[in-house]
Write a protein that binds this ligand. Sequence first.
Ligand code: ASP
Ligand code: MG
Length: 477
Amino acid sequence: MKEKPLLVMKFGGTSVGNSEAMRKVKAIVEDVLSQGWMPVVVLSAMSGVTDDLLRSTEMAKNRRYDQVLQTAGALTTRHYQVVDELIPETERKVFVKQQIDQLISMFAEYCRAIDIIGEATPRVLDAIAGIGEMLCVRIFAEYLNAHQVSARAMDATKLIVTDHAYQGAHPIREKTERKVKEALLPILQSKIVPVVTGFIAATEDGTTTTLGRGGSDYSAALLGAYLPASEVWIWTDVDGVMTADPRIVPDATTIDVLTFREIGELAYYGAKVVHPKTMQPLIDAGILIRVKNTFNPSHPGTLLTIENEKQTNGEIKAVTSIKGQSLITIEGRGMLGVPGVAARAFGAVASTGTSVPLITQASSEQSICFAVPQKSVETVLRSLNDAFARELATKDIDRIWATDEVVIVTIVGAAMRSTPGIAGRIFGKLGLNGINVIAIAQGSSEVSISLVIDSADEQRAVRAIHELIVPKTEMVS
Ligand code: ASP
Ligand code: MG
């Protein structure tokens, strides 16, 4: 008999946030099984649980172990409730509750250690943060088993091997690939659905690590790439990646197909839908990703692919904005042809721990201009003034200054940058709406243009540019 194609499906925190949501997840699992797929299910912690766990470590550090115990109680109640609502009265149910008790006691003990020592190392933070996923998979696997879907809860500490970079560990490819194949393939061959924790992994010597906040998408990608699976589906609580933020543009629609490079350029906005690290292992393995809505499963969602043959060059796919930025300009005639100014400038910015979302420099070399988050402006200006104290004194640099709050608007679409006329249409739209463009930058991967505008113009600019997106043919529902 032909082997069934493998499908890794990851469900985020809201998709497993209560028993109602978990019922929908079970229905989805049953549905893909009936379609002939063999699924591997990757779960996040129930929504808010990772935050609760990490907040408790702060409480412990502040010597408020009483608050930790309160949280432990609340977490037990919340997970018990789901068990009571989903799992029939059997020995297995008693067993799941025992497992919940054990995990929550482990959590309380780690916090007690923090309370005694008065500090939390990254290592213990990871051990605590991953408990939410461990709770979730045990409940969900048992729920499937209780309904004639053979399933097995698995901790990814046994599958994904990482370095010791706690709170954002890096997987070690060969070791992970071997473990994933060895542990998962036999289970899948026995027609048992593995229900695997997202987010967590372990070092070679078995210490728990995490892949960073929101890392469950990445877990799914790693399993998908190394099994390998035919597809990876990320189930979330929105229909997919949208053409714009629907709070700004009410008629924003879901994007059918987006390339990995395009979603990369969506920066913060794209990252809210899929964790940025998710793409790499799947690009290497040539596996596509679908983003789908647990609460609207019949919607096709967004397909993320390496290249899109149907891609019309120059088509605008999405427009997004990042608020709360400020533009810093370093200007002076003495900068012309002097090497190292940019290196020193960005060194000074980096020393403040600030990241720079946009940079522009005109060829006259008389100014360098870049954006930083508004809240970091003062620190960054201080650091730059120190770094260039000599040049400022000799007037090689005339001044270093920051604008009021600005917004970066990014317009994404493959090959848009090299398509004549697109920039013209964008600037035409903005001109018609009386919106002034303060600076322009182009994404390095040829798929985006970013504009800096006054924050007061954000909504009008995003709406005006969104009008340039060709509406897809109305879908018949
Ligand atoms: N539960 C983890 C977090 O909240 C990982 C994830 O959900 O992706 O960051
Ligand atoms: Mg997420």
